[in-house]
Design a protein. Structure first.
Length: 159
């Protein structure tokens, strides 16, 4: 007497299930990785220029780093954020732009301390607008179900 288990080739079933799972998850992870990497490199460069501008005692060096920071800031503002993050990200970047635009370039030697005080405000903005590290499960959940207006944060795991 043949049972149902003898009729099903479980190895073939598992291979097909794994292939289907990979076909669904791989494009999601690749697109997130590429977008995140580009934005991360821009933000790292901004952080580098910011920290160099804060540490220098030379008005020429500070001016150079602030100009480079502005270039990176404009790149970050033109980054193609997803719908859920676009509004918040641009709000924070625009606040940073207001601070940077308020600094007259080239910086004069007498203005170094005042410029540092203005730049210190950027750290507070960064703390407010930077997201906490999101777990892989949270990203997966948001990719599948997204966010909506009634429940902006659909979180599977809370930190």
């Amino acid at each position: 007497m043949y049972s149902l288990f003898n009729l099903i080739d479980f190895n073939l079933f598992y291979k097909r299930a794994l292939t289907l799972l990979l076909l669904v998850l791989l494009p999601i992870s690749i697109s997130n990785a590429n977008d995140k990497t580009d934005l991360e490199s821009i933000m790292k460069q901004m952080r580098f220029e910011y920290s160099r501008a804060m540490k220098t005692d030379s008005e020429k060096v500070m001016t150079t780093h602030l100009r480079a920071f502005k270039v990176q800031l404009n790149e970050a503002k033109s980054f193609p954020f997803n719908k859920q993050r676009r509004e918040k990200a641009l709000e924070g970047l625009n606040k940073v732009a207001l601070i940077i635009d308020g600094i007259s370039l080239p910086v004069k030697a007498t203005e170094l301390d005042g410029v540092r005080e203005q730049l210190a405000k950027i750290d507070k903005i960064k703390e407010k607008y930077h997201d906490k590290k999101v777990s892989l499960w949270e990203r997966f959940y948001e990719q599948l179900f997204g966010e909506n207006e009634e429940n902006e944060k659909l979180r599977l795991l809370e930190d």
